[in-house]
Write a protein of this length. Sequence first.
Lengths: 465, 116
Amino acid sequence: MNRHIKVKEYLDIICSQIRYKKIHAEICEEIENHINDQIEAFKAQGDNDETATIKAIEQMGDPVVIGTELDRVHRPKPEWSIIVLTFLLLAAGNFLRFFTSPQESNGLELYYKQLIFTAIGFALMVLCYYVDFTLIGKYPKLIFLSLFIFTILIIVISNPVHGRFVYASYLLLLFPVAFAGIVYSMRNKGYWGIIFCGMCFGVSFIISLTVPSATSCILLALSCLLILTAAILKNWFAVKKFYALLLIYLPALTFLSILFSTKVYRKRLKIALFPSIDPTGAGYIENIIREILSGANFIGQGILPKSYNGISVSQLLPDINSDHLLTYTIHRFGWIAFIIITVLLSVLIIRSIILCFKQKSALAFLVSTAATTTIAMQSLFYIVANLGFQIFSPLSLPLISQSSSYLLINMCLIGILLSVFRTGYFIKDKNDNNRGSKKASANSFLRFEDGKLIIDFNIHNFTPQ
Amino acid sequence: MAIDKSLMAGSTTMLILKLLEDKDMYGYQMIEQLSKMSNNAFTLKAGTLYPLLHSLEQQGMVTSYDDNADSGRVRKYYSITKKGRRLLADKKAEWENYVSAVNQVLQGGALLEPAY
């Protein structure tokens, strides 16, 4: 149906009041449908085209008032719960490191460095918040490729610390989000789409092996698996869900079972569960952690076993500022501090998960799921390790433990989350037969989809401007 | 007979939720249905309806989805959620209280007991 000039004017006035531009098309479509229904009704009563249109528009009400009302409803809003929790966690981290830093060599220096990086991280968060996350959906391959090349470059030019390219290992945490963009771009691409996603995961996995970082490897694998699973369950690839799940879980489970059946990992698993079988070797740290925790109080400083007479925890436990901050915290302040920290983190993560599921657009859902998973898994690995089960060595306790680089990455992830939660709720992916896929299908008169030959006369593809 | 707008303002949310209680509808359908059900007493303007629907959706009282209507046009349908049903029940109770109070006053008020 051609749009009447009066209808166009009417819609334009409404949209001119709505500051959030991404919602314009959707609102226009809904209102225009309404006007068209009304026109049909008036025509059925005997009015001609022109009269029916004018009457229908009059019936709608003042466009400025509607536009203003809709603007109020659809104005992007910051997600305060996440912002407040972020600041609480940052404050908690600073408070705890205020105690641990003086006990570490160059700890104070790192403490002040982290303060400066908190400010930089905050700026980064604000930047990610204002930069529209839909960019990830617009240029998914470019973003993934840039991240890939940048990480490779870092590996090439940086010097490994203790045999590990640490700077590259930080960047690994951005791969799940970039991967979410790739999954998004593979909509309706069938099994090949899934395989392409698998290949992109493969290259990021190889990088994590090169770094090498076992924890990042697992984090990456689990996040990507989760994102793919979510996409398949939402029928994103337009294939049979069962076969699609088989396609990703079969290789994933095979790989994991091979990994855990190797001697190295079997031993690591055994040590993680029962460190006392090798208390001076591989199970050394876990053993110490467990002994420290066994003497911890609910509130207040714990006591060390008698055998450590005269030795302080900071002498006993390495990295109390970074890798083992939580263990130290439990010893120094009691389990109550552990409960507070884990509750704060859990609330942040659960709140994010709830908001992820509220997202209507697949892009918003996938990106926020990726960012949330990355934060959640870091927290989980860290907490488990600090309780004396070091299956995977800890990366960082998001926003809390000492590491300026992880802090920046996590602030970035939170910025992306905030950007999604700020606007993503309104953004919608469209079905194939209307404007969402217009670009893809507008030019193709003949298409082959799901075993059907589709001849498209392009009559549905009008886009409100 | 049409009803004064200000009288309707407070109860529109309740009426919209009531309409969606039985089946999913799109905006135009809701206005038509409301008008029919009230013997043309309620003429809800589209300009009131859509901002209200969108904010109800944001609050999680209703959800929306696109579907092809009979005419082949894609329509945005609204569907009431559990939370929406609870709100409807609350609003109904509040409304009944209000109506009975107004009626009582209009009928000369409850017999006032002496205050001592």
